[in-house]
Design a protein around this ligand. Structure first.
Ligand code: ZN
Ligand code: ZN
Length: 431
């Protein structure tokens, strides 16, 4: 692949084929034949075996494949941990397959992605639910010794999703996927802003790959929740394309902004026992509403100079929320320091550049009323108290979530402009 006509970068994607359509199963068969994979290992759990795995194994056997199965007996609470990875690697060692198929959603894919990466064998993803955006990912979200870690792994060589299977997924998993996808609306704002502030890479072609299915899902959320097949295809396409977009940029910028940092903050509070864990996509959807309000409000003072480095102070309130985890945040603080030393002083950009950036950000923000309406329809509330996040936690979330990642977002802009506190008071629900 040569330089991108839109941005000039070389976008590298290792996935040979993506199919989100009826007939995905036949296309998978042809793909396996073309790869000459005769011996196969299927990785699944009890739910995904019922949803698809049993039938798929029978199909593949009938087509002449030798099929071995690693089935986790769990119906709830399977973790992407050392045990699960060990089980897949043991199954691989005894089955000696030509390739592995991950039949499932988040955890099954993370475990398979990591285990096959360690064993140096290719895998294909066969999604069973449109619940998250990690199908095309090349990193694995693991939980080792109780701690969440993101580890380098490899992307699948193919993704084959059948809408009939996806539409039969539990309805709450469809809402999770919707929440993860709708977060791309605010991630997009932060990406445009970051590009405007520091010139970091931005690609309109990559942006469009996510935006088209995102817009479709926002407009069509009613049908999506009703299990309409076309709407499910749009959601799954958006989730898979988000992963492809990240691969194309070589980082998660196209799909993750301050709404994801908020979700990470809530994970940290859950880890500290201050609230219960909740599904990633649901957290992202909930955070997106507040992120959108802050971003829209930020446009009012876009040209204010940046005078503070975010996180430089580290007062008692901040340390209290992070607890012992505060000590691990030093490297992010250091990176922010460097960022602000390099770009903060040249903010705002000269008049023409500022005007064009403001226009682009306004165009992104013009989608927010529809985003908020779609969240209402999906039953993701606008008040505090959802997912164990009370008003005080919500305020702390958007006050301090930017301590968790070095990536520049609207929270950094507002904090450095000394506008964050006032806007939090203005846009967040009060307790
Ligand atoms: Zn490009
Ligand atoms: Zn996400």
């Amino acid at each position: 692949m040569g330089a991108c006509p839109s941005c000039g970068l070389e976008h590298r994607v290792d996935i040979d084929e993506v199919v989100v359509a009826r007939g995905a199963r036949e296309r998978l068969g042809a793909f396996l034949d073309a790869k000459r994979w005769r011996r196969l290992l299927l990785v699944e759990d009890a739910n995904t075996a019922d949803a698809l795995g049993d039938e798929l194994a029978a199909d593949l056997s009938a087509a002449g494949h030798v099929v071995e199965v690693q089935r986790f007996a769990d119906r709830h609470g399977l973790l992407a941990d050392e045990h699960a990875v060990g089980a897949v690697r043991d199954a691989h060692a005894s089955a000696r397959p030509d390739g592995v198929l991950a039949v499932g959603a988040g955890v099954v894919n993370d475990v398979t992605r990591y285990a096959t990466f360690l064993d140096g064998v290719s895998y294909v993803s066969v999604p069973t639910a449109p619940s998250m955006d990690g199908y095309a990912s090349s990193v694995a979200a693991m939980q080792f010794d109780g701690v969440k870690v993101t580890l380098p792994a490899h992307a699948p060589c193919g993704i084959f999703a059948d809408p009939v299977v996806l539409a039969a997924a539990p309805p709450e998993m469809i809402v999770w996927g919707f929440g993860d996808l709708i977060g791309k609306a605010t991630a997009r704002f932060d990406w445009v802003l970051g590009h405007g502030a520091s010139g970091e890479p931005f690609c309109e072609m990559v942006e469009a790959r996510v935006l088209v299915p995102l817009t479709r899902c926002v407009e069509d959320v009613g049908n999506l929740l009703a299990g309409d097949e076309d709407a499910i295809v749009a959601l799954t396409t958006g989730l898979v394309e988000s992963g492809v977009a990240m691969a194309m940029m070589g980082n998660s910028r196209p799909a993750s902004g301050c709404e994801h940092h908020a979700s990470h903050f809530w994970d940290l509070l859950a880890f500290r026992g201050l609230r219960e864990h909740a599904p990633h996509g649901l957290q992202v959807g909930y955070a997106t509403r507040f992120a959108a309000s802050l971003q829209a409000a930020a446009l009012g003072g876009l040209a204010e100079p940046m005078v503070l480095t975010p996180g430089a102070g580290g007062g008692d309130d901040e340390r209290g929320w992070f607890g012992e985890q505060y000590l691990t945040l030093g490297p992010v603080r250091d990176e922010k320091q460097v960022w602000f030393a390099t770009y903060g002083e040249s903010w705002p950009p000269a008049e023409a550049a500022l005007e064009s950036l403001a226009d682009r950000l306004s165009a992104v923000a013009s989608s927010f009323p529809a985003v908020q309406g779609a969240l209402d329809t999906a039953g993701i509330p606008s008040g505090a108290g959802f997912l164990g996040v009370d008003a005080a936690m919500l305020r702390a979330t958007f006050r301090y979530a930017n301590r968790l990642r070095s990536r520049f977002t609207v929270l950094d802009l507002l904090e450095s402009q000394e506008r964050l506190e006032a806007l939090l008071d203005a846009v967040l629900p009060q307790g």
